[in-house]
Design a protein around this ligand. Structure first.
Ligand SMILES: Nc1nc2c(c(=O)[nH]1)N[C@H]1C(S)=C(S)[C@@H](COP(=O)(O)O)O[C@H]1N2
Ligand SMILES: [Mo]
Length: 246
């Protein structure tokens, strides 16, 4: 599954690289072109799958501020706050063989990963926090992606200026070991301001990719029909880059 995920991601990356090979003049040997091609692919994959830096407990910021939505107004969400999120469900759906509907208890009973990382917001602030959650790779393996799946979309419970917040990533980031569905920040359940009860950590990308208040994880073949088609709330509104790698 992991290999297929990476391969599908590679296919997406290669699409952009074809012009390079086509541009190789008739004088250059095919072998040379293929060698260069392989090397650049390996370099690229190396960069994409490398781990983000992890920090020590003493580096943790005294306060992890909330940004964007910090208190969703949606009535259904308010009800979940009032009932301690005991009825919250995370669904994993779309292009999967085995759709999932998971409670927080289900998620906490799955394999867990804890990581201390730095969050970088494009608005000009950073914070270091310790996050615990289930690797997204584990959920996707249980749900069994169909071969057509190329992107993973995170649907959130909040709206900004009337539009639902959402985000999406490719399969390389989806299967990255530090990509987790987090329920715990600095040893305590996620505060509402930081995305309770579940938020994404996608450690190789900028802050706006880390969807908070995640309710539905959807595998899709194209982002064209979601939101305004740019792959995320901020990508749709403000032309933020879809690939926000750091
Ligand atoms: N659902 C949702 N997710 C979101 C946002 C938001 O407004 N709504 N803001 C994003 C931005 S721009 C950043 S920097 C981080 C902020 O996470 P924090 O509130 O834990 O600091 O969440 C991201 N995820
Ligand atoms: Mo941000």
């Amino acid at each position: 599954m992991k290999r297929r995920g990476v391969l599908a991601g590679m296919a997406a990356l290669f699409a952009g690289g074809c012009s390079k090979v086509a541009a190789t003049g008739p004088g250059a040997s095919l072998l040379e072109a293929v060698e260069g091609w392989n090397r650049s692919i390996h370099n690229l994959l190396g960069r994409r799958t490398a781990l983000a830096r992890e920090f020590s407990p003493e580096d943790i910021s005294p306060e992890f501020r909330g940004n964007g939505t910090t208190d969703p107004a949606d009535a259904a969400y308010r009800h979940h706050v009032d009932t301690g999120f005991q009825f919250w469900k995370l669904t994993v759906t779309g292009l999967v063989e085995n759709p999932l509907s998971l409670s927080l208890a289900d998620i906490r009973a799955m394999p867990q990963r804890t990581q201390i990382t730095r969050h970088d917001c494009v608005e000009g602030w950073s914070a270091i926090g310790q996050w615990t959650g289930t690797p997204l790779a584990h959920l996707l393996k249980q749900a069994r992606l169909k071969p057509e799946a190329r992107f993973i979309v995170f649907h959130c419970a909040d709206k900004l200026a009337g539009s639902a917040y959402y985000e999406s990533i490719d399969l390389i980031d989806a299967f990255h070991p530090q990509t987790i569905v987090a329920h715990t920040l600095n040893g305590v359940p996620l505060p509402v301001k930081n995305g309770a009860p579940l938020r994404m950590r996608i450690e190789r990308q900028l802050g706006y990719k880390h969807a908070k208040y995640v309710q539905k994880i959807e595998a899709v073949s194209s982002l064209a029909n979601i939101g305004k088609g740019k792959g995320g709330y901020w990508e749709d509104q403000a032309r933020y880059q879809w690939y926000a790698g750091i």
